[in-house]
Design a protein around this ligand. Structure first.
Ligand code: BT5
Length: 319
């Protein structure tokens, strides 16, 4: 109500009548909103008003835009958290259902793969993790990273009118610079997946000079590619709905061909000469293909075909 009143006061009485609740209950809700960062002013003779409409990623804001049916049905918003992936794991362990989203304004210990740091300052990006409970075997799990990368690339392309590209295995790039990283973590029971946490980090409002110097050459932010201010909640809702569509279609049919094709067509590494670090080994060759499970198929300099399931592309160039 406060949001739709656009900065005007709404009397406590009107709110009480609308929601059939007590003044004390409303005051508790207002305090909860204030805790989430909303500036709500309370004046005894006038009521409540929302002072400014900031760019929030609270459940209220995301639900304003959401079209997905299951993804984001439950949203756990945190102002600050160590890592949304860790928070989502805790919730999944407690039995929270598929589609539950954890989203934070800030992460104090955001993680990349191999325990690398993910820079996640307050209010500048989308730091979120989704709980999935797919009926897939462990070997199929990397397909979920592919699917997520495709959903994010499609959404960012639509919102920016500029094609986003994918760098194997989990980066989304604009103009060769990383705008998003994906961290997929699985919890298994026997050969079956118990749950998967898909973590998505997207730089949205970060100015280039606000980034750590070491990241500035290789990292970018969505705001440089859109011409009007973009609400993070809208981006989140768009990603959830694209991701949900792809997820339901692929899992129902068992057919990931469409997703794999998009992943390959908009990939910056396919056909390139690359140097790769995979575990403790380093190898060089040409990326001939990406297989149905998201592994890189490399023809090495000594003409062997190798499949790489996890690692980092250290350098990449056209032959
Ligand atoms: C990734 O790892 O790219 C996965 C990042 C996933 C982050 C999300 S945020 C929500 C959820 N909760 C978490 O704790 N994590 C997930 P990797 O491929 O290992 O890349 C990590 C590297 O990216 C770092 O070593 C830096 O070089 C670079 N990096 C760090 N912060 C970045 C940022 N904000 N934007 C772009 N690149 C960054």
């Amino acid at each position: 109500m406060l949001k739709y009143a656009r900065g005007e006061y709404v009397s406590s009485r009107t709110i009480c009548e609308t929601f059939q609740t007590s003044r004390t209950a409303i005051w508790k809700h207002v305090q909860s909103l204030q805790k989430q960062g909303y500036s709500v002013e309370a004046v005894p003779s006038k009521g409540y008003r929302l002072l400014e409409m900031d760019d929030f990623v609270s459940a209220y804001e995301i639900k304003d835009y959401i079209q997905a049916k299951v993804f984001g049905k439950l949203i756990a918003y945190r102002e600050s958290v160590d890592s949304t992936n860790s928070a989502a794991r805790q919730l999944a362990d407690q039995g929270e259902p598929e589609g539950t989203l954890v989203i934070a304004d800030e992460q104090t210990h955001g993680r990349g793969r191999f325990q690398r740091k993910w820079y996640s300052p307050a209010k500048s990006g989308i730091w979120m993790s989704l709980i999935l409970r797919p009926n897939l075997s462990i070997v199929e799990a990397p397909r979920l990273t592919v699917l997520t990368a495709v959903a994010v690339a499609k959404t960012l392309t639509k919102l920016s009118n500029q094609q986003a590209y994918i760098k194997w295995p989990n980066d989304i790039l604009f103009d060769g610079k990383k705008v998003c990283g994906i961290l997929t973590e699985i919890n298994v029971e026997g050969n079956q997946i118990n749950y998967v946490i898909v973590g998505i980090g997207i730089n949205v409002n970060l100015r280039q000079d606000e980034l750590p110097i070491s990241l500035q050459p290789s990292v970018c932010s969505l705001q440089s590619f859109v011409h009007q201010p973009l609400k993070r909640a809208r981006v989140v809702a768009n990603i959830l709905s694209t991701l949900e569509d792809l997820y339901i279609t692929c899992l129902k049919s068992g057919d990931f061909t469409g997703v794999m094709n998009y992943f390959k067509i908009h990939n910056v590494t396919l056909g390139h000469v690359v140097e790769i670090q995979s575990g403790s080994s380093r190898l060089a060759g040409i990326v001939e293909d990406i297989d149905d499970y998201g592994a890189l198929v490399i023809r090495t300099t000594d003409h062997q075909i190798k499949k790489i399931y996890s690692g980092d592309i250290l350098s990449s160039s056209v032959q």
